[in-house]
Design a protein around this ligand. Structure first.
Ligand code: MGD
Ligand code: MGD
Ligand code: SF4
Ligand code: MO
Length: 756
């Protein structure tokens, strides 16, 4: 074995020992306790098979979630052989930590079915491989056909939050300049768009105000609707360490997710009533004079109206509606209001609702009235989702209503700036949001779609509806690593490079822009997204001549004030820069709102939030509430993680979490197949009987194409402002598969007693 191989093996051994002592975090637990040992030593062995001089080591940023871990990747140019902690100066967010996905989940890179050549349909409607030339010609014909007959506005682009900032900037530019449409959106719509709308109108920026440092040092956390240890593992670790050192952790969640096990207070709530209990906390704080009067006086407007709106939410009423005991409402309110500093952390349990914007606004109200914004250890911390949804999905402006840097499309000066820079007309009317695109296509208003690095056939609500639309749309181009479920409906499929094969930047959940570097060669004939976009733009009559992604970042910098000081060279040199960074001498902004909020008058705008409930509530026929989400080992629609053998050893099939009492009532045992039915459809999956969920709630993950949970969710129920779907609430009934639907409805009305 070479020294290098010994080094890797010994690192793996250290990780294992460390985890066995149970002092680090879940990722190490996984590395030691649950990853197949063979896998670890495969890596060591595969390195020993190589000659040391054939190996390369590069630092890059993880392409899974928005924590933004950086690490060194060892490769032979072809395969990812191992990842190891990088020089801490280059890893401002994660230090030496990573989770199981960043560490191991690279089986997808060289999967046999990785797309390596473009595909087009033959005369029989089947895919055949094609040259890039032919594929580009087909795309040009398809887009031009629609533009000629219906105008550019009949075309749409779904941009990819997996891709880099530079690529997403070009996706927005391509939609507006090349196709002539404002209908360009991305997965933020299914995710945190209600965070963006809620925070933009209260504090100004649709982003976390805090830094990782605040998350490590605060005296108190309110974490709600975030399965932090599974979805943002490295942040979960930081929180657990700080709690171990004495800070308070309050968790409100319908499921007792792993972070709740570390909580100083865990309160189980019914899904869909968050604004109610948050208002309850606010009321109790004001009632007991625990609010920060000086902060409100100096830095906020709207306090009186907001105070008036929360009056109805007495602890007793909150208990009745949400299931959270009145005493726990009071206790949480008092802990938060008396802590020196508090961080409010949330994710999709707050946002994926028909009133997600109201939930977020209520949280912003709570943060402001307790004076917990704009100081060290305090602030709002939405944990963003995809690796680059903050940057690529938001900051870069592939959005129907915003140009880069959240500059509003309806603002004449903004449009003029971009019309001059891009030499095109831009309509002042916003385009369709992703969730609206599918309805617009249904109505014949959208005729073509260019879907880049997203899998809406599985990830959009109401799977059946989404698939029908994709099947019927006149022209669909899919640009991806794989022939995913969406690509199956495409007219042309273009093979893209993954983050491991290209250069650019990602922006993580605390606004840190970090460098992405190619660590292996591109697969087959695949190309980076920015190269494909440039080739197509030029074939469609534009003159793009970017030689590299640094040049694209330079254009972004000129047009986007919050990125005004960001260059790739600076990002690489400084390890990471947090926006806003207004010019080349600006150091970046670790913490937002220290002096003023980003509103016209510089104040936080408190908003009155009244009663809200889900658009679909349980009834006799559908008596349970289904909530959906994630597990640690899997990622989204599985395109990447399902191709990793090690990952699949641990979690390879769908399941439904059912409370033991509920399971007993329906005569369901652990592992039994259970049919779950909603007004949209039904799926059958094995039961996982667990008291993690309450008796009226069931949970199914979103990661599996077979028996996909989005058969059950609804494309119609959307947040009125953000248009986020109500993924976290659907009324369902369940039955063991043997019984018929009719019997089950009977059972649901009068569940069999558990004592039988
Ligand atoms: N392993 C893994 N990590 C990921 C991803 C992945 O697919 N796999 N995806 C990434 C992406 S894009 C995103 S957006 C994030 C998502 O990160 P999370 O939002 O943490 O992930 P979810 O599993 O959707 O978890 C939602 C949480 O909300 C709770 N919840 C459900 N309904 C309600 C409710 O009505 N109210 C409240 N208060 N809570 C509720 C659930 O019990 C769960 O704890 O994860 C990112 N990280
Ligand atoms: N029921 C339910 N549904 C949900 C959710 C939920 O909680 N419950 N969550 C929603 C949320 S928050 C999200 S973010 C969405 C996620 O939904 P999607 O974004 O549709 O899911 P992914 O599986 O991440 O799809 C990303 C695609 O990009 C490809 N890809 C990866 N890297 C690149 C690249 O560099 N370039 C290109 N061109 N392609 C690339 C992958 O192969 C994959 O096909 O799902 C949403 N759907
Ligand atoms: S926590 Fe997120 S960014 Fe870090 S290694 Fe895991 S998936 Fe990657
Ligand atoms: Mo997401």
């Amino acid at each position: 074995m070479s020294d290098e191989t010994n080094g890797v093996a010994s690192y793996m051994q250290q990780a294992k020992e460390q985890a066995l002592k149970n002092v680090e975090h879940i990722a190490e637990d996984v590395a030691a306790g649950t990853m197949p040992e063979g896998k670890l030593f495969d890596i060591a062995r595969s390195i020993s098979d190589k000659r040391l001089e054939e190996l390369t080591v590069d630092t890059t940023t993880c392409g899974y979630c928005a924590v933004g871990c950086r690490f060194d990747v060892y490769s032979d140019g072809n395969e990812v052989l191992a990842t190891r902690p990088a020089n801490p100066e280059k890893t401002p967010v994660n230090g030496i930590s990573t989770c199981v996905k960043g560490k191991f989940s690279y089986g997808f890179v060289n999967a046999n079915d990785r797309l390596t050549k473009p595909l087009v349909r033959n005369e029989n409607g089947e895919f055949r491989t094609a040259s890039w030339d032919e594929a580009y010609e087909r795309v040009v014909e398809g887009f031009e056909d629609i533009t000629d007959n219906y105008g550019g506005e009949a075309l749409s682009v779904i941009a990819s939050s997996k891709a880099t900032n530079e690529e997403n900037y070009l996706m927005g530019k391509f939609a507006r300049q090349v196709l002539g449409t404002n209908t360009v959106d991305n997965c933020n719509r299914l995710c945190h768009s209600s965070t963006v709308t809620g925070l933009a109108k209260t504090f100004g920026y649709g982003a976390a105000s805090v830094s990782i440092e605040d998350l490590e040092t605060t005296d108190c956390y309110l974490i709600t609707g975030s399965n932090t240890t599974e979805a943002h593992p490295v942040i979960g670790t930081r929180i657990k360490q700080n709690v171990r050192d004495g800070s308070d952790l309050i968790v409100f969640d319908p499921r007792e997710v792993p972070i709740a096990e570390y909580a100083t207070q865990y309160t189980q709530v019914n899904p869909g009533y968050d604004a109610v209990w948050i208002n309850g906390l606010i009321r109790h704080i004001i009632e007991n004079d625990l609010h920060d009067e000086a902060f409100i006086e100096e830095r906020a407007t709207g306090f009186e109206d907001m105070k008036e709106a929360v009056q109805e939410f007495t602890p007793e009423r909150v208990e009745e509606i949400t299931g959270a005991p009145a005493a726990e409402i009071k206790a949480a309110a008092e802990t938060i209001a008396t802590a020196d500093t508090c961080v409010f952390g949330w994710a999709l349990g707050i946002t994926e609702h028909s009133h997600g914007t109201e939930n977020v606004t209520a949280l912003a109200n709570l943060a402001a009235i307790t004076g917990n914004v704009g100081k060290r250890g305090a602030g709002v911390s939405p944990f963003r989702g995809q690796n680059n949804v903050q940057g690529g999905g938001g900051d870069m402006g592939p959005l129907p209503d915003n140009l880069p840097g959240y500059q509003k499309i309806e603002n004449d000066d903004v449009r003029e700036t971009f019309e001059d820079a891009w030499n095109c007309d831009i309509s002042a009317d916003r385009g369709y949001y992703t969730t609206e695109m599918f309805h617009a296509a249904d109505a014949g208003e959208l005729r073509g779609m260019y879907c880049i690095g997203e899998n809406p056939a599985l990830s959009e609500p109401g799977k059946g509806h989404g698939e029908t639309v994709l099947e019927n749309i006149d022209f669909l181009v899919v640009q991806d690593l794989f022939l995913n479920e969406t690509a199956k409906y495409a007219d042309v499929v273009l093979p893209a490079c993954s983050f491991l094969e290209k250069e650019g930047t990602f922006t993580n959940t605390d606004r840190t822009v970090q460098k992405v570097n190619p660590v292996i060669e591109s697969r087959g004939d695949s190309k980076p997204d920015w190269v494909i976009l440039q080739d197509l733009a030029n074939r469609l009559g534009r003159e793009w001549d970017y030689e590299n992604t640094a040049e694209i970042m330079e254009e972004i910098r000129q047009l986007t004030p919050i990125y005004g000081g960001i260059t790739q060279e600076r990002v690489e040199r400084e390890g990471g820069i947090q926006w806003p960074c207004f010019n080349l001498d600006h150091p970046g902004t670790q913490r937002l709102y220290t002096e003023a909020f980003n509103t016209e008058d510089g104040n936080a705008h408190l908003k009155p939030i009244g009663y809200s409930e889900p658009m679909e509530t349980p009834d006799d026929t559908y008596p349970l509430t289904l909530t959906t989400g994630r597990v640690l080992y899997q990622y989204h629609t599985g395109t990447m993680t399902h191709r990793d053998e090690g990952i699949m050893t641990y979690n390879s099939q769908n399941f439904v979490e059912i409370n033991p009492e509920t399971a007993a009532n329906y005569d369901i045992a652990d592992g039994d197949p259970v049919c779950i039915e909603s007004r949209r459809g039904e799926i059958t999956v094995p039961a996982q009987v667990t008291d993690r969920v309450g008796t009226d709630t069931v949970f199914v993950p979103m990661h599996f194409a077979e028996n996909a949970v989005n058969e059950l969710t609804d494309a119609e129920r959307l947040d009125p402002e953000a248009k986020t779907p109500e993924f976290k609430v659907s009324a369902v009934c369940i039955r063991p598969v043997e019984s018929s639907a009719e019997e089950s409805h009977k059972t649901n009305i009068e569940p069999a007693s558990g004592d039988d």
